[in-house]
Design a protein around this ligand. Structure first.
Ligand SMILES: NC(=O)c1ccc[n+]([C@@H]2O[C@H](COP(=O)([O-])OP(=O)(O)OC[C@H]3O[C@@H](n4cnc5c(N)ncnc54)[C@H](O)[C@@H]3O)[C@@H](O)[C@H]2O)c1
Ligand SMILES: [Zn+2]
Length: 351
């Protein structure tokens, strides 16, 4: 794991040191000319033959068709077990290239170079890879751990503002579920974070990577339930994201609304107080994230959100599980929340 400005240089050294005969860089079109090209050139100068395959930007690239396309491109090179894959892009390319690496010739070593905030603090860590089907997001996939992850804060400079702020929702999430100190640090350094100050962003990313890695280490394959705490804000968030139509609300925006829902449920069930709920709301607002369904969204009924939550693939035996905060930095899992409370909170957020 390498985090910090200039993180690509040590990555090249590490890859070269493995004796990899060839590298296939799979890059999002948005970063093909920037970080991906720089990485390709650096690998070549380190004596590693490099081929770059470019993938169109956007969630639609996480498809079976794109997987076949990449498998065929790898076969044509031809790639073999001494070929390493390096994913350069956001969560879409990380998930897609990771899945292609997990499956081609039964597994090629993969490295992740995340270039969105979501990918740096979340999707590149933990080894989950996969693609979407028409029937649902992330329905096909594999656990495939990368050999290494390189997060360079400077690669975020070109990221659209809305994408960057969407990633901040996941950062706030780590603070609420695990790390009161990170939360307080975000409150104190919000300006620098919003300005994408390299030192501040690197520090924030290191902390999040560490928190996620610790959770994943203890529950790599999602068996003990510990990993479930990472779903804070995602129960209502996912349902809202799906019902609004993908792309209408960015994932982090839906999660911000979902965290607000969870905070209100925690308040209504006596788990935490008004003050931590206010701090969460004010930090999210500071990052210009929505606390309720924004105007202009197609009309969604609370009942539709409730049934989408029951259908979610993370729901067990029809019981909706909520991750609810009990303090800033601490959460518990509840699967017995009164449906009337959930219904009321969701209706309030939609009105
Ligand atoms: N595997 C996991 O554990 C995990 C966790 C969270 C999310 N995900 C997945 O991640 C995906 C979302 O990731 P995302 O938010 O990074 O989306 P994304 O990969 O679509 O990137 C967002 C947008 O930013 C562009 N982009 C990427 N890097 C850029 C840069 N440096 N400069 C300018 N533009 C850039 C992309 O082209 C895209 O348009 C979803 O498919 C989600 O399912 C996976
Ligand atoms: Zn998320």
């Amino acid at each position: 794991m390498v985090v910090g400005p200039g993180a690509l240089r040590p990555l090249v050294k590490k890859i070269a040191a493995t004796g990899a005969r060839r590298v296939v860089v799979i890059a999002d079109a948005a970063v093909a000319a920037g970080p991906a090209a720089a990485l390709g050139a650096a690998l070549e100068s380190a004596g590693v033959a490099t081929t770059t395959l470019t993938v169109p930007s956007g969630e639609r690239a996480k498809s079976a068709a794109e997987v076949v396309h990449l498998w065929e491109a790898l076969a044509e090179i031809p790639a073999d077990r001494a070929t390493h894959v390096v994913a350069v892009g956001g969560g879409v390319v990380g998930d897609l290239a990771g899945f292609v690496a997990a499956t081609f010739v039964r597994g090629l070593p993969v490295w992740q170079v995340p270039t969105t905030l979501v990918a740096q603090v979340d999707s590149s860590i933990g080894g989950k890879t996969g693609i979407n089907l028409a029937a649902g997001k992330n329905l096909v996939g594999a656990f495939w751990q990368p050999l290494g992850v390189a997060c360079d804060a400077d690669t975020l400079a070109t990221l659209p503002d809305r994408e960057y702020r969407s990633g901040l929702a996941e950062v706030v999430k780590y603070g609420v579920i695990l790390d009161a100190e990170l939360f307080a640090w975000l409150e104190a350094h919000a300006e620098k974070v919003l300005a994408r100050d390299t030192a501040a962003v690197s520090r924030m990313v290191v902390r999040c990577v560490d928190l996620k890695a610790r959770v994943v280490e203890e529950d790599e394959q999602e068996r003990t339930g510990l990993r479930a705490i990472l779903n804070y804000g995602h129960t209502v968030g996912h349902a809202l994201e799906t019902l609004a139509g993908y792309g209408t609300l960015l994932h982090g925006e839906a999660v911000a609304i979902g965290m607000t829902a969870a905070a209100r449920i925690a308040l209504a069930t006596g788990r935490w107080g008004v003050e931590p709920a206010r701090r969460q709301a004010s930090l999210l607002a500071r990052f210009d994230l929505p606390l309720a369904a924004p105007r202009g969204l197609p009309p969604i009924a609370a009942a539709d959100i409730l049934s989408a939550m029951v259908r979610d693939k993370k729901t067990l035996h029809g019981k909706v599980r909520f991750v609810l905060p009990t303090a800033i930095g601490r959460v518990e899992i509840a699967d017995d929340v009164d449906a009337a409370i959930v219904g009321q909170v969701v209706a309030d957020l939609l009105s």
